[in-house]
Design a protein around this ligand. Structure first.
Ligand code: DHB
Length: 390
């Protein structure tokens, strides 16, 4: 089996890259360990930056997102019993779209299938060889048969637990990591929206976030112990925790409904630098993780892919390798900006067990500052809608 670009992992990064390359006449094969149903139903985040929606639209996969997603021009910060609005559009000229990641995946898979793209689900025993040569290959098993995919480049889009990152020699890699001692408890609820915009809440009991999926389905999260189990939380206990953290002193309160999904996710920050070695390039979660506060994960994957697809086009169309050579350095500028923003938002909004009463007052002072100073509000808003570093 032979292709130009072998892509390991059919998450948002791998699927979008394969689709963009196809539109520029570059052939790729996509390998995924999970099944199609599984990737299309795994619940993840739902905030898309304007640059993300622009690229999806340009790539011809934005129709359903336009019809079913919700454009938000601001969000609210809740603290000390009050709520204050950050007006994204007024402050930055940009907005965000709330459209679930698994819906983006469904649109991308449909586009790949329609274009007869080579997309293998349920593969196993994936290994990568020859990245130090001009002829790397990927070995994998599919339908009980062993295959070898020969290619010009291997792109690792296989998430933080995938096989790709480990192929970069340890001596060339620096891993930067911060694990947070808390997680997010996420629920999906059948209810009308609590508010027209997202609410990020800081409370002594911990962080909470009220988001949405549709006029009838809402997404809510609250800070929890990452080692806790969803079974320990009855619906009543969840609602009383959310009311305590989000309801405001003026009587505005969250709208309850039937909870039909509960899950707990851990939180960490991680960056692998370099993101490339020889003919192997990493994109998305394979190279970096952000805590979910600020919703940068999917947007970062899309920004890696934008850079990489331009670089691969320059290689095939103009025999230029300078953009490929600069890939890691170019991508890392945007990644570190988003790492800082996600870390900053996380530290400002969560209950930090090691924080003294003094540091807790600093959190409130900072929230007060970003919601009253135009300069500080712009700094928050431009990061939230996404800063273009390239
Ligand atoms: C959602 C997730 C986030 O991490 C965030 O910051 C905002 C919204 C969501 O799932 O809707």
């Amino acid at each position: 089996m032979r292709t130009q670009v072998g892509i390991v992992g059919a998450g948002p990064a791998g699927l979008l890259l394969s689709h963009l390359l196809h539109r520029h006449g570059i052939d790729s094969v996509l390998l995924e360990t999970r099944g199609r149903e599984q990737i299309e139903s795994t619940i993840r985040a739902g905030v898309l930056e304007q640059r993300t929606t622009d690229l999806l639209t340009e790539a011809g996969v934005g129709d359903r997102m336009k019809a079913e997603g919700f454009v938000h021009h601001g969000f609210e910060l809740a603290f000390e019993g009050k709520r204050r609005r950050i007006d994204l559009t007024e402050l930055t000229g940009n907005s965000i779209t709330v459209y679930a990641q698994h819906e983006v995946l469904k649109d991308l898979v449909a586009a790949r299938v329609e274009a007869n793209g080579a997309l293998y689900f349920n593969v196993s025993h994936t290994s990568i060889d020859g990245i130090d040569t001009d002829a790397p290959s990927i070995r994998f098993t599919h339908d009980d048969a062993e295959h070898v995919l020969h290619c010009d480049f291997v792109i690792g889009c296989d998430g933080s637990q995938g096989v790709s990152r480990a192929c970069i020699p340890a001596a060339r890699r620096n891993d930067y990591e911060r694990v947070f001692p808390f997680g997010w408890f996420g629920i999906l609820v059948e209810a009308p929206p609590t508010s027209e915009e997202l609410i990020y809440a800081r409370h002594e009991r911990g962080f909470a976030l009220i988001s949405t999926r549709s006029p009838t389905v809402q997404r809510m999260y609250f800070q929890c112990d990452p080692k806790d189990s969803a079974e320990n939380w009855s619906d009543d206990r969840i609602w009383s925790e959310l009311h305590a953290r989000v309801d405001s002193a003026d009587g505005r309160h969250i709208t309850e409904g039937r909870i039909f999904q509960k899950n707990i996710v851990g939180m960490r920050s991680f960056v692998s630098a370099t993101m490339q070695h020889g003919r192997l390039y990493l994109a998305g979660d394979a190279a970096h993780i952000v805590p979910p506060t600020g919703a940068k994960g999917l947007n970062l994957a899309v920004s890696d892919v934008r850079i990489l697809s331009n670089a691969l086009q320059a290689f095939y169309a103009e025999s230029r390798s300078d953009l490929l050579d600069a890939y890691s350095e170019t991508a890392l500028k945007r990644i570190w900006r988003a790492e800082h923003f996600s870390y900053w938002m996380t530290r400002m909004m969560h209950r930090l067990d090691d924080a003294s009463a003094f540091e807790q007052r600093l959190q409130v002072a900072e929230l007060d500052y970003v919601t009253t100073s135009r300069a500080a509000a712009i700094a928050m808003a431009e990061n939230y809608v996404g800063i273009a570093t390239v």
